[in-house]
Design a binder for this molecule. Structure first.
Ligand code: ADP
Ligand code: ASP
Ligand code: MG
Length: 425
């Protein structure tokens, strides 16, 4: 008998039929002798639809109001799941983030969990209920609703699992585990049996949407075991846990991210303190910079480029405009048609040839690299957005990650890949 937190993403609760399916699975876990707490995301694309509704009436919706609105999505699915469980003869009780005792800081739209009071969940379990918790939401110290950033239900699940001392946090989605790369764009991706917290952290932060980065961060810090698995089959998925000495692969996985843009500030005088002014203004405007590139100086001036989420565009513009006159740059431009491809693996630490192989592969395939950054276990390259699927596929092959199984006949056309990536956004 185990204590299990089971989180179901948007696709898994997209319709009444699927909610019934989730209820059946929870009942099965219970009948097998486990205690179970469910965490749910909003149904299907509800969060996107709510964002579109807000945008239809306000160009720049205040973050607090947006959180109020977005938090309604998970409240629908949690209630429907509790109703479905009751219909099937099981006692269930649904909780909003506040009722589940999920306390966050006050940073609306990307709040961090600071405390969790799990007494209500534990009492409900003791009384034989299947508690259902709304993912993605919490309450700040003013009593205002907050949300945890896109994909944040994963973090709710890990936090609840830690709070109640669960044996495992099971994350159910439309894919049956963590693959060597996004199976949507690389049909030869292989399912991984296990991934270390550090690798998963790099994969998530490099854009692999399968688990929210914060969830992995939280799990690593508090040693919560995650099992990423399919909502639609019983196949074992991928375990995310501490690294084991057995892990030898040079590259564990490849992530891609098309949600960033590249900003270049042109002809910046190459004098002390200029970069400090630019990047202070950007951080004061809460722009999340990723890569920073300063070209070598020509005639006492240089170009400074950085990448950041496209969502930070307005804030980046106001930061740059505020320092431009002061630093004497000639101008700036934004390129939104970029993508980042990242190779991740702890084995990289002891394998010096990774960058050479990666750069050679890109050059042999005529893919231009616009920027590069590295960490001990990650190599990221910025490229043109329309090359991203091909880049992932050729790197996947070059690093011998391709599965032997015969997915070849399902090789996707460029249009199919584009359609799938659009769906994945
Ligand atoms: P949910 O809505 O259940 O939270 P997500 O859409 O957030 O599910 O995550 C699952 C999706 O993550 C998959 O459909 C898959 O396309 C994508 N994905 C990206 N990278 C990977 C990877 N390395 N392994 C598995 N899935 C991945
Ligand atoms: N519903 C939220 C989102 O779409 C949270 C989640 O699904 O994890 O981002
Ligand atoms: Mg998700």
């Amino acid at each position: 008998m185990a204590l299990i937190v089971a989180k179901f993403g948007g696709t898994s609760v997209a319709s009444p039929e699927r909610i019934n399916g989730v209820a059946d699975r929870l009942i099965r876990l219970r009948e097998e002798g486990n205690q179970v707490v469910a965490v749910v995301s909003a149904m299907g694309k509800t969060t996107d639809d709510l964002l579109a509704l807000a945008a239809a009436v306000n160009d720049a919706p205040p973050a607090r109001e947006l959180d109020r609105l977005l938090s309604t999505g998970e409240q629908i699915s949690m209630t429907l799941l509790a109703l479905a469980l009751e219909q099937k003869g099981y006692k269930s009780i649904s909780y909003t983030g506040r009722q589940a005792g999920i306390q966050t800081n006050g940073i609306h739209n990307k709040a961090k969990i600071v405390k969790i009071h799990n007494e209500r969940i534990e009492r409900a379990l003791d009384a034989g209920f299947i508690p259902v918790v709304a993912g993605f939401q919490g309450i700040d110290e003013n009593g205002d609703m907050t949300t945890l950033g896109r994909g944040g239900s994963d973090t709710t699940a890990v936090a609840v699992a830690w709070g109640i001392g669960a044996d495992v946090c099971e994350i159910y989605s439309d894919v049956d585990g963590v693959y060597t790369t996004d199976p949507r764009i690389a049909p030869r991706a292989k399912k991984l049996e296990s991934v270390s917290y550090d690798e998963m952290l790099e994969l998530s932060s490099a854009g692999s949407g399968v688990l929210q980065m914060r969830a992995v961060e939280f799990a690593k810090k508090w040693n919560v075991k995650i099992h990423a698995r399919s909502a639609f089959s019983d196949a074992a998925g991928t375990i995310i846990r501490e690294e084991t000495p057995m892990e030898q692969a040079v590259i564990t996985g490849i992530a891609h991210d098309t949600s960033e843009m590249k900003v270049t500030i042109r002809h910046v005088p190459d004098t002390t303190g200029v970069a400090a002014k630019v990047f202070t203004a950007l951080s004061e405007n809460m722009v999340n910079m990723d890569m920073i590139i300063q070209n070598t100086s020509l005639d006492g001036a240089t170009d400074i480029s950085f990448t950041c989420p496209e969502a930070d565009l307005a804030r980046a513009v106001s930061a740059i405009e505020s320092v431009l006159p002061e630093i004497g740059a000639s101008g700036w431009d934004v390129d939104e048609d970029i993508a980042k491809v990242s190779l991740v693996g702890t084995g990289m630490k002891s394998s010096p040839g990774v960058s050479a192989t990666a750069f050679r592969t890109m050059s042999e395939n005529d893919i231009n690299i616009l920027a590069i950054s590295t960490s001990p276990i990650r190599l990221s390259m910025v490229i043109e957005a329309d090359e991203v699927a091909r880049a992932v596929q050729v790197l996947h092959t070059a690093f011998e990650l391709d599965s032997d199984s015969i997915f070849e006949e399902t090789q996707l056309s460029a249009e199919e890949i584009a359609a799938k990536m659009e769906k994945g956004r």
